[in-house]
Design a protein around this ligand. Structure first.
Ligand SMILES: [Zn+2]
Ligand SMILES: [Zn+2]
Length: 292
């Protein structure tokens, strides 16, 4: 079902992205300026977009290797994040009436990160937050297979790593109540046997528990189509979870998770068709906007 398609067309609902707009200006593993990225969303006639840059690390020990080699520190990244928030607000105003922009941020959930995200929320007042988990046992799981393997051994096995991931996600959801939960099942990223893993009772029960929390708090889910760009068979969320989500009528909205101009809008049409094929609503609602 997955084919490269970047075009809006009449039979499709309007393009939106609930999670994206990482830019080379504010993120070490992204490219291009935030201005050019926002311009690309406007050129592709998106109805709305949430720009959701990564939060800075809580301390230097959580710097990624590319950040370290660029000479960054946690405090320099906090300063850069403050510039991002101000820049994004000015773009939101400049595009008023042309493109609806939400000023957001994407979290972490390693040790101390959720409390730090709450501090950042209280200081910078984003329109909404994408709540994501990128570490288990404080080890990054989406960077490469060897770090993934390290996280598995730290947890004592792959099922335990999945369980720990969904437990961290549950705590993050409860404490932070992010309007959007990002790439819900990212933990399967380097696991070719994920369909059987997800069916393991210890994992599936946690997935259902977390979805219940999303439902009862009125949050929405990111259909993260960046996975397709990286050659995955299906986006996050995968098919069995989407079936459960449909049954629970939890809103799912595409997130292109763009990290450059040329990944703006990439695979959004595929994601929309995928939702349509599963009978999931594409009458998008916007994420819950925080009131301060
Ligand atoms: Zn990123
Ligand atoms: Zn992410």
């Amino acid at each position: 079902m997955i084919r490269y398609d970047n075009q809006q067309s009449e039979e499709l609902p309007p393009f939106v992205s609930v999670h994206g707009g990482h830019s080379g200006e504010y993120c070490q593993h992204a490219r291009d300026s935030l201005d050019d990225i926002v311009k690309a969303y406007h050129n592709q006639q998106f109805a709305w977009v949430g720009i959701t840059e990564h939060i800075p690390p809580t301390s230097d020990s959580f710097l990624y290797p590319d950040e370290r080699s660029a000479g960054l520190t946690a405090s320099a990244m906090l300063e850069r994040f403050a510039q991002y928030m101000a820049h994004c607000r000015s773009l939101q105003a400049a595009y008023s009436g042309k493109l609806t922009i939400f000023v957001g941020m994407e979290t972490e959930a390693y040790q101390g990160a959720v409390d730090y995200a709450i501090q950042l929320r209280d200081r910078f007042h984003p329109d909404y937050i994408v709540g994501s988990v990128h570490h288990v046992a404080d080890i990054p799981i989406d960077m490469n297979p060897s770090e993934y393997a390290r996280a598995i051994s730290a947890c004592g096995g792959i099922v335990d790593m999945y369980a720990a991931y969904f437990d961290l996600q549950y705590d993050m959801i409860q404490k932070l109540k992010p309007s959007v939960v990002g790439h819900f099942d990212l933990i399967r990223i380097f696991d070719p046997d994920y369909p059987s893993r997800l069916k393991t009772p210890a994992v599936w029960e946690r997935i259902c528990r977390n979805l219940k929390a999303v439902e009862s708090l009125g949050l929405m889910l990111d259909l993260n189509v960046r996975a397709l760009l990286k050659g995955a068979r299906e986006p996050y969320l995968c098919h069995p979870i989407l079936e459960k989500v449909r049954e629970m009528a939890i809103p799912v909205v595409p997130g292109d998770d763009s990290h450059s101009v040329d990944t703006v809008g990439r695979h959004v049409a595929d994601g929309i068709r995928y939702l349509q094929s599963l009978g999931i609503s594409t009458a998008w609602t916007i994420p819950g906007i925080y009131k301060y």
